[in-house]
Ligand binder design. Structure first.
Ligand code: AMP
Length: 546
């Protein structure tokens, strides 16, 4: 017997219309590319999104067409998000930090018909306009007064493009499985792969991440997504914010710590979202200036492991860290770390150790670990294996690729190596391709890095495997010192010996000015391995796998 409830499709248009109807006056504050602070509202965002949909229709953009953006987190980008998907076209957000050959590749692969760009990225737009790409229309996300002289044929300014258009648009009643947006993975070997999200997956993911034991969003929040809208749809925050009617403070290009702190304090931000690299810089700035975060309650941090010292530093500002894990292929959120009631009795150190794990699955995501033969491993907190997931917002197959290269039956292989404890806390120990395998045993580079970063003189650390005649590989630790602090390799080794098992101790420590950071804020291990290829270990190690 079938239920007899309404069949209303899950559509992105329902999110912006809900925000417009029930949270119309709520602010969207945005730092613009010209440095100005602009103020909009959910009501105005919806009206302008409808104007934009009319303008795009006039231009000939039809359902299913791909519309690309190369843009910061701003009010205009938010309007494009809702307009493009709601009208049934597909929003393709492009990461401007990609190398040019990859940029060119994904524009071709996605068959983008129009490109919106912030004037910061004019050179990228010019580059594309000089190639034979499918892009027919270019829109600079600015007004006529700031339209750059580009030589791009037919270039229009955003404000002029939507001016005079009607603020009404009948959003189509699409099949909820219609594609809504497209993001390409980055940092992988070879060319990026496209992940094509649907309206249904986007709406379900929005519900799930807003739940109290996920990222816990509400109409009482002012959210600052530093995570870019060009990286996995800013973790789905724009959509979830519309569903709960949260205030948004969008940082635009102002990602340096003074600008962020100014925006946080001025707009009384309650919730931060971003990768650890951003917060390293912000926390160092706070420490150097003696400034405090006075309004922030929580920080959703993911994309890379959150070191314990970062959790402590945020807590000293009264900020709860929500350590989250996910990936482009998962829209992206899979797990979020909240302690359970029974953990209240743990000591501070025990709690900190637990908070360093990547958290428990949120409703809608199922996780398991398997060995190299795809045999399921126990959730005992000890066994480590390939982390696999399934759920409503997990990729089924990559865009325009026939082989399901990451699928194992119903499960998607994340490429991460993890353990899962009896309470279902997932702990990522490595990327499969970054594993350090010494004498047949795995060394967790994340544990090694976290241990190093708990030393006060270490700002950042990355562990990579270097070839070794006896143990195949041994860890090399590459370290960036904290500003104004000093430590020697021997001192660091002695410190690490108190934190990790002996055979995990790095065979060498190298100090560098900076680590190579990839387009999404992660340390580029591949590049580090290339830099240190052929590295010769001076002292043959005496330590052996246990
Ligand atoms: P991306 O698709 O660019 O978002 O990258 C996803 C990958 O980032 C994951 O597969 C993990 O390897 C890594 N990652 C994301 N969040 C975390 C985290 N909290 N701890 C460790 N690694 C993470």
């Amino acid at each position: 017997m079938l239920g007899q409830m309404m069949q209303v499709p899950l559509l992105v248009s329902s999110q912006i219309e809900f925000a417009a109807r029930y949270h119309a006056p709520v602010d969207i504050v945005s730092r613009g590319v010209e440095g100005e602070l602009r103020r909009s509202t959910w009501g105005r965002t919806a009206s302008r999104a409808r104007q934009l949909a009319n303008a795009l229709t006039r231009l000939g953009v039809r359902q299913g067409d791909r519309v690309a953006t190369i843009a910061w987190n701003t009010d205009r980008h938010l309007e494009i998000y809702f307009a493009v998907s709601s009208m049934g076209a597909v929003l393709h957000t492009i990461n401007p930090r990609l190398p040019l050959d990859q940029l060119r590749y994904i524009v071709d692969h996605a068959e983008d018909s129009a490109l919106f760009f912030d004037t910061t990225f004019t050179k990228l737009a010019q580059f594309l306009s000089q190639q034979a790409t499918p892009v027919r229309h270019y829109v600079a996300m600015t007004d006529a007064a700031h339209l750059p002289d580009t030589g791009i044929a037919g270039l229009v300014d955003y404000e002029g493009f939507i001016a005079g258009e009607s603020e009404s648009f009948d959003w189509p009643r699409l099949d909820e499985n219609t594609a809504s947006s497209l993001c390409y993975t980055s940092g992988t070997a070879g060319f990026p792969k496209g992940v094509l999200y649907s309206h249904r997956s986007t709406v379900l993911h929005s519900y799930a991440i807003a739940l109290p034991d996920a990222l816990g969003f509400s109409a009482r929040d002012t959210m600052l997504p530093v995570v870019p809208m060009f990286h996995v749809n800013a973790w789905g925050v724009p959509y979830a914010a519309a569903c709960v009617g949260a205030r948004l403070a969008l940082p635009g290009p102002g990602l340096d710590p003074p600008n962020l702190v100014d925006l946080i304090e001025r707009e009384k931000v309650t919730c931060l979202l971003g990768v650890p690299t951003v917060w390293h810089a912000l926390l160092a700035h706070l420490q150097a200036t003696g400034k405090k975060l006075t309004t922030v309650k929580k920080a959703g941090i993911g994309g890379a492991a959150v070191p314990p010292r970062m959790i402590q530093a945020f807590e000293s500002h009264g900020v709860q860290v929500l350590h989250a894990w996910g990936m482009t292929e998962m829209s992206p959120v899979g797990t979020v770390n909240w302690l359970l009631p029974r953990h209240d009795a743990l000591s501070d150190d025990e709690k900190l150790a637990l908070k360093c794990k990547q958290g428990r699955p949120i409703y809608g995501i199922d996780v398991r670990i398997v060995d190299d033969e795809n045999q399921v491993l126990p959730h005992d907190g000890k066994a480590t294996g390939h982390l696999q997931v399934r759920g409503w917002w997990v990729v089924d197959r990559y865009f325009k690729r026939d082989s399901d290269d990451a699928r194992h039956g119903e499960w998607f292989d994340t490429g991460d190596i993890a353990s899962i404890d009896p309470d279902s806390y997932v702990q990522i120990t490595d990327r499969a391709k970054d594993l350090i395998k010494s004498g047949g045993e795995w060394i967790s580079s994340i544990d090694l890095e976290n241990a190093a970063m708990s030393h006060p003189a270490v700002a950042q650390a990355a562990a990579i495997g270097v070839a070794h005649p006896k143990w195949q590989e041994r860890p090399l630790l590459v370290v960036v010192k904290a500003p104004g602090k000093d430590v020697t390799a021997d001192e660091l080794q002695a410190f690490l010996a108190t934190k990790i098992v002996k055979w995990w101790l790095p065979d060498a420590v190298e100090f560098v000015e900076a680590l190579p950071i990839g387009p999404t804020g992660k340390v580029l291990k591949r590049q580090l391995r290339e830099t240190f290829a052929g590295y010769v270990l001076e002292d043959p190690p005496t330590s052996t796998p246990a």
